[in-house]
Ligand binder design. Structure first.
Ligand code: B12
Ligand code: SF4
Ligand code: SF4
Length: 401
């Protein structure tokens, strides 16, 4: 079979299996690979230590697979037909990122790639070698997405396709056979800066460059310990991931709706009630999120996020749940429960928090509570100073008469 007809049959098969996009690029070292090392050096990977492992390999796949010649990039649309706007309305509820409403994409894409690989093996010349990737190894997947022509790097760093927008997952087959290659996708962001302007935490240090440490997606999924206090207000009601920089992107306005059944939202994952989730046990968490990407946050990370959203809600109805979480077995959970109580009750939380301090032994929680109390004291001092100044002003005024 000629490389032209092999390429065509591979692409036809990818679409037949259900991928929405497919493109092919030669293996290579592209200019964007240079940004990666710089990005790591600036500390933008935060605690994602796996990103720092073998950066050379991530930059050039031939270090891992020396015979590699071609990368077949496949894109799968996860834009289900649910509306976005609900999240703004109801403070009782938390927002789970669109990408996590259905089945774990790693598994869905891997299944499809395996079918495609079997097909390729059946039609390709003997001696073919190939590997499958979907966020499973050191590969800059979006760089290959761009050079395979399935999308460009938006200023929000997402891969955007002109026809179906950016609600796409990507996966690749890397092989030692040569195929016909596509041209890279041209950048179509133009003068737009909507994603940069809309990001609540200012995570885009400059167009095309994200500081993960500021990204809500990182804070609610990847970060294991406490969410930095100064960022908690900005997390809002995002309890797993964040969609804001994609929601505002004009290329998603008319994004095609997917018919992939695996991504249809599980009822309880679409804009769920916060109160129903804050008391999940380890076992309940495991059962509820089996087969879902949400398991990545682990129970403690997920409950931590719920408590932050409760604290940001302004709703005093959550106070009993927070008091219950103050007894949680996990110190990260207790620390965030203390913070959220303070957010909802202000000075009234003093009694509960100081009583808790008497029985709390974990330094992480003690530090949180002490810092809240110091803040309360500073506020008290400010109010007293303010009253004192007003009294003095009054005295001075009175002395004039
Ligand atoms: C680490 C990671 C994260 C981190 C860091 C995000 C990031 N932008 O890198 C965090 C946890 C924040 C994250 C969040 C999300 N992620 Co993520 N993530 C990854 C992962 C594992 C690695 C990405 C990576 O290598 N980053 C390193 C940095 C350097 O890459 P970069 O920021 O994209 O920078 C590139 C360009 O911007 C360019 N560049 C840099 N500077 C400049 C300057 C100029 C002038 C130019 C022109 C270019 C340029 O070069 C860089 C490449 O070296 C990939 C899977 C993979 N193996 O590729 C999934 C992946 C990128 N994530 C994905 C998804 C779906 C998400 C979320 C939407 C999930 C969610 N809703 O919460 C968010 C989106 C947030 C966002 N705006 O990026 C998809 C993206 C699909 C798409 N359409 O783009 C991927 C590809 C997984 C997959 N297989 O489908 N993710
Ligand atoms: S996912 Fe949210 S926090 Fe992260 S860069 Fe986009 S808008 Fe900002
Ligand atoms: S919002 Fe605008 S700048 Fe950002 S990725 Fe979309 S088109 Fe590009």
């Amino acid at each position: 079979m000629s490389s032209e007809s092999l390429t065509k049959s591979v692409k036809d098969k990818a679409l037949e299996i259900g991928f929405d996009l497919v493109g092919i690029s030669p293996v290579g070292s592209f200019p964007e690979n240079q940004f990666y090392k710089e990005w790591l050096a600036r500390g933008f990977a935060g605690e994602m230590k796996y990103m720092e492992k073998e950066p050379e390999r991530r930059g050039d796949i031939r270090r891992l697979f020396p015979e590699a010649k071609s990368v077949i990039s496949c894109g799968l649309n996860y834009n289900t037909s649910y509306p976005y706007s609900v999240k703004e309305n109801d403070r009782q509820k938390g927002w789970i990122s669109r990408y996590a409403w259905g089945e774990d994409y790693h598994e869905v894409i891997q299944r499809k790639l395996l079918i495609l690989l079997e097909f390729i093996k059946s039609v390709a010349p003997k001696g073919i070698k190939a590997r499958i990737y979907v966020d499973t190894g050191p590969l800059l997947e979006r760089v290959y997405g761009k050079y395979s022509g399935i999308g460009w790097f938006g200023k929000n760093t997402c891969l955007i396709n002109q026809k179906i927008g950016s609600w796409i997952f990507v996966g690749e087959i890397i092989t030692n056979i040569e195929l016909d290659y596509d041209s890279p996708s041209p950048d179509r962001c133009g003068t737009c800066t909507r994603c940069i302007d809309a990001c609540p935490t200012g995570a885009f240090i400059e167009p095309y460059v994200i500081d993960s440490r500021l990204c809500i997606s990182y804070l609610t999924i990847e970060l294991r310990g406490k969410i930095p206090v100064e960022l908690r207000d900005k997390v809002g009601n995002n309890i797993f991931g964040c969609d804001i920089c994609q929601d505002v992107c004009p290329w998603n306005r008319r994004a095609k709706v997917t018919d992939e059944t695996s991504f249809q939202p599980r009822e309880e994952l679409y804009n769920p009630d916060l109160s129903s989730l804050s008391q999940l046990t380890e076992e309940a968490f495991r059962l509820k999120f089996k087969g879902s990407p949400m398991k990545r946050a682990k129970r403690k990370g997920f409950i931590r996020n719920i408590l932050v959203a409760m604290g940001n809600s302004g709703l005093k109805g959550f106070i009993p749940f927070l008091k219950e979480s103050l007894k949680d077995k996990d110190p990260t959970v207790r620390a965030h429960a203390a913070w959220a109580l303070w957010k909802l009750e202000g000075e009234e939380s003093h009694h509960t928090l100081s009583s808790h301090l008497e029985v709390e032994s974990e330094s992480m929680v003690r530090e949180e509570i002490v810092s809240i109390m110091n803040r309360m004291d500073r506020m008290e001092l400010k109010i007293t100073n303010h009253k004192f100044q007003n009294l003095n002003k009054l005295k001075i005024r009175n002395s004039k008469y």
